[in-house]
Design a binder for this molecule. Sequence first.
Ligand SMILES: [Zn+2]
Length: 199
Amino acid sequence: MQYPEPLAKLIDSYMRLPGIGHKTAIRLAYFTVGMNKDDVKNFADALVSTKDKLKFCSICGNLTEEDPCEICRDPNRDRSKILVVEQSKDVMVMEQMKNYKGLYHVLHGVLSPIEGKGPEELNIKSLIKRLQKNESVNEVIIATNATPEGEATAMYLSKLIKPAGIKVTRLAHGLSVGSDIEYADNMTLYRAIKGRTQM
Ligand SMILES: [Zn+2]
């Protein structure tokens, strides 16, 4: 006995999500079948509109509905600082801390020779362009994760940016080694930013 095709497709779709195994996918699929139609429709709409309506900000690379993004457009942000993160979700984590008022730059990954990710695959060129164009930036804070790849990326960026006479700092690691920014609590992040060190 095979699953009816729509159900099989749904199970297959759930299994493409990270951390979802076969059994969980089956459970979610049957749960979906039991949901009311409006909820299912809202769920499907949310999935589709994330793809349709979101794009990357042409300035900072953050996910946004409008380009440039809300942060890049905000006249009240401190334009002397750019905080560099690996992923868009790290911007949200930093924003929830509510203590950083500067700008951001999203790399969309880290240097990883194993995964064939070099500087060209990351959103680095636009960062350099931003720094060349915008003389008000006097500090770049590198907030890549405390993993070997994150550290290597921080070193690479520091070497690239420092000759331009811009201060490059790294988050202090009260963040433990190997830890991701997205799992840090607000207090730890606040301390990491406060105690950032010059590279
Ligand atoms: Zn932006």
